[in-house]
Ligand binder design. Structure first.
Ligand code: SF4
Length: 203
């Protein structure tokens, strides 16, 4: 399965599931509270996204990448790192005038985060109640991620999973081919392992 196939399949599966359940997500164009969160993806999705970036988007990744890596290095062991990051309201570099600038190529993690509740509860300071984000769509997205990880392992021998901006930055710099070199690179940035740092699979 390619990332493009996984994106299409998830969109179709989600539409089918939501129609059968009679659930109508309240997610709308121009609603972007969730775009302040940490987004994680693996190398294959990153590689599929990169060719579609505009010069300006590539520029923002190159500009923001080192800062994200440094933040990750500082916070990767801390239990509340993602919620602190969310509340810092640091927008995704692809958020452009309230819209996703890479919408057709956005990661599975973005596609699977849906709510049928009050969009105001998605805001970083709102502390969304349990169940606010629909659990089944998220699990469906996760299953597609796992299928891509299997494909990535077949292709490269190992899987690299990490925060989106950091991983795209490293891909733009040129990720080395071998696992040991990738491990050394991630160690050098201080972002390998921990609760929220990069993961290599198999571990
Ligand atoms: S990739 Fe698009 S949908 Fe995902 S966080 Fe960024 S702006 Fe939002």
């Amino acid at each position: 399965m390619t990332p493009e196939e996984a994106w299409r399949a998830l969109d179709l599966d989600l539409a089918d599931y939501l129609a059968k359940k009679g659930q109508k997500p309240s997610c709308r164009a121009g609603c972007f509270a969730c775009c302040f969160g940490l987004v994680t993806l693996s190398r294959l999705e990153g590689e599929a996204l990169l060719p579609h970036l505009t010069e300006a988007q590539r520029g923002r990744i190159l500009q923001e990448g080192p800062g994200r890596l440094a933040l990750l290095a500082q916070g990767k062991e801390e239990a509340d790192f993602p919620s602190r990051f969310f509340r810092s309201r640091t927008p995704c570099p692809f958020l452009e005038e309230g819209l996703c600038g890479v919408y057709p190529y956005r990661p599975l993690a973005c596609r699977g985060l849906l709510t049928a509740g009050d969009p105001a509860l998605c805001a970083p300071e709102a502390l969304a109640p349990k169940g606010h984000f629909l659990p089944v769509p998220w699990r469906m997205a996760h299953r597609k991620m796992e299928a891509l990880w299997e494909e990535e392992e077949r292709r490269y021998g190992f899987v690299v999973i990490g925060e989106m901006v950091s991983l795209l930055y490293l891909l733009l710099q040129g990720l080395p081919p071998g696992r040991q070199e990738v491990e050394a690179l991630l160690e050098a940035w201080g972002v390998l392992g921990g609760r929220w740092g990069f993961q290599l699979i198999p571990l």
